[in-house]
Design a protein around this ligand. Structure first.
Ligand SMILES: N[C@@H](CCC[C@H](N)C(=O)O)C(=O)O
Length: 289
């Protein structure tokens, strides 16, 4: 029987981004891509956040992040707020540090019990860091378009890595484009060797942006926290907004600050608990990596 059978999980959400938190710290076991897909077939999620024992002193856990197609990501803003909520519930501290494949992340609980802040670290802006398949000196606007060559539907995105790759297309109305149609084409465009999260962004004013995201490895989601961070950085780099903005996503609101003093991006928003369950052993019968 799989060592994952009967393990307890929490179903949570970060402004509608569907998150499952699986805490394996007490009895660690490796989770394969096939396991992640099997879990998604029982408890539909956008991201599975797996807490493994800490690798670095002073951290609570090493967090592995899986999309529902079984692929792994180094960053998930909404998922990290859910993880923070769960671990803060058993801690007297107001600040905790986690490790992900993208590095160490500090989290704080806010004044309101539902609000959590995650320091998502500094953005990476070089073309090799995104990564892109070819050199672009200025990643504020790269040459990429979709639709007729003389009347592109979406074009000239900004690209940013928040530990995971993001392309942000600037539009007048995020709801005027068929993201479900263009998202998969852009996610898998050869310019993105590791695929990319695709965001439509509408700047309302210098303090407010509206976004919709097609997530790599998932599809359309109600919210993508790292996309909100990437969009805030990209808009500030273009001098179209201030470095502190609020972002409206289909599932709710996030506050983002791209801090001047250390280049770090801070994301603040809620994390909601839905229910607890145990993984059905039958799920893993056919799951092999
Ligand atoms: N929902 C997330 C992003 C999750 C990872 C992404 N799909 C990827 O593969 O990079 C968020 O809140 O940041």
């Amino acid at each position: 029987m799989s060592a994952l059978a009967h393990r307890s999980f929490s179903k949570m959400n970060g402004i509608g981004n569907e998150i499952v938190v699986l805490d394996l710290r007490a009895r660690p076991v490796a989770v394969s891509a096939a396991d992640a897909r099997a879990i998604a077939s029982e408890v539909p999620y956008d991201q599975l956040m797996v807490l493994q024992p800490p690798r670095t002193q002073g951290t609570e856990a090493f967090v592995r992040i899986y999309n529902n197609d079984g692929s792994e990501s180094a960053a998930c803003g909404n998922g990290m707020r859910c993880v923070a909520r769960q671990v803060f519930a058993e801690s007297a501290s107001d600040a905790l540090t986690f490790e992900t494949k993208a590095g160490l992340l500090n989290c704080w609980r806010g004044a309101s019990p539902e609000l959590y802040t995650v320091d998502m670290g500094p953005p990476k802006l070089g073309w090799k860091d995104i990564p892109l398949a070819e050199e672009f000196r200025d990643t504020r606007s790269i040459e990429l378009q979709i639709g007729p060559i003389d009347a592109p539907v979406l074009h000239t995105p900004s690209v940013v890595s928040m530990g995971n790759p993001h392309a942000i297309f600037w539009v007048d109305d995020v709801n005027a484009h068929d993201l479900a149609r263009f998202g998969p084409l852009l996610e898998n465009h050869p310019i993105f060797p590791e695929r990319a999260n695709i965001t439509l962004a509408q700047i309302v004013d210098r303090d407010h942006i509206v976004i919709r995201t097609w997530e790599r490895g998932v599809g359309l989601t109600k919210a993508c926290g790292s996309a909100a961070c990437a969009t805030a950085v990209a808009a500030a780099r273009l001098r179209r907004t201030n470095r502190t903005v609020h972002i409206t996503l289909p599932g709710g609101e996030l506050g983002i600050e791209w801090r001047e003093r250390d280049d770090h991006v801070l994301m603040t928003g809620p994390a909601a608990f839905e229910f607890e369950g145990r993984l059905d052993p039958a799920l893993f019968a056919a799951a092999s990596s």
